[in-house]
Ligand binder design. Structure first.
Ligand code: ATP
Length: 245
């Protein structure tokens, strides 16, 4: 997946201000930044939910503007803040989305995902009655239904307890290792990001200020860990502006 100089403004606010990066096959890229930095706006443009003012998104060489349905069929999305319809059961939701994505052998695929995300006991429970962590797991199961080549995860573990969050990270990592899918992952949990991401991008006020390996990047900028680096970017973005890329 490739973003080329993507821009989106809301009035005078440049929510995304010339963002370019690549997510390679089998790569988990963390998109980090303080509240309002432009992470969700970026993801919404990748998914074609928002039209950029300028710039382009392409997946495997095809752009959303030229081959929208094909590009969208290659990706999927989950977010802590975007639960599935609450009046449908877990199974019904996964069945509806499997029809939308024309998932082959859907019953089998759904059974596998119910097991992977520990949802078998909730199969016939309406999603609206599930806890937020349980709903997040259903969203993640939905996000893997179509074996996406690009997975967009916006704060996927925000409402999960630490044990479940760890389990989810390992399910996603296994999926990436098997499928060679690329993942764009946003999170405010720097411990999680350092553990799961191959590369991170630090966004502030719609611009990428820094990027690199989350394990080595902090020391390169004289910081003890990713959290300290994140706070430096959040508090003083101008001092880091122009360092990369
Ligand atoms: P958070 O970590 O809080 O989820 P974020 O990095 O995802 O933040 P965005 O939601 O992308 O940030 O918002 C980027 C900027 O664009 C913010 O200043 C926000 O107020 C503004 N913004 C986003 N959507 C709209 C909208 N529909 N109308 C006006 N301004 C918007």
């Amino acid at each position: 997946m490739r973003l080329d100089v993507l821009r989106k403004s809301y009035g005078a606010v440049a929510a995304v201000d010339g963002v370019s990066f690549v997510v390679g096959p089998g790569e988990i890229v963390g998109l980090l930044g303080p509240n309002g930095a432009g992470k969700t706006t970026t993801i919404n443009m990748v998914m074609g939910v928002l039209e950029p003012d300028s710039g382009a998104v392409s997946v495997e060489g095809e752009t959303i503007s030229s081959r929208r349905s094909w590009v969208l069929s290659r990706m999927n999305f989950a977010a802590g803040y975007a639960p599935l319809p609450g009046n449908l059961t877990v199974y019904q939701n996964l069945r509806v989305f499997s029809l939308l994505y024309s998932v082959p052998n859907a019953r089998e695929r759904i059974a596998t995902l119910l097991g992977q995300f520990d949802l078998i006991r909730f199969r016939n429970v309406k999603c609206g009655t599930l806890s937020s962590g349980e709903q997040t797991r259903v969203s993640l199961a939905k996000a893997l239904l179509n074996l996406p080549h690009l997975l967009l995860l916006d704060e996927p573990t925000a409402s999960l307890d630490p044990a479940t969050a760890r389990h989810i990270r390992s399910v996603i990592r296994s999926y990436v290792a098997e499928s060679r899918a690329g993942v764009l992952w946003t999170s405010h949990n720097m411990h999680e990001v350092a553990e799961v991401c191959d590369r991170v991008l630090l966004l502030s006020r719609g611009r990428i200020l820094l990027g690199g390996n989350p394990k080595t990047l902090p020391a390169l900028h004289g910081k003890k860990n990713l959290e300290d680096l994140f706070i430096a970017v959040a508090l003083e973005p101008l001092s880091l502006e122009g360092v990369l890329p």
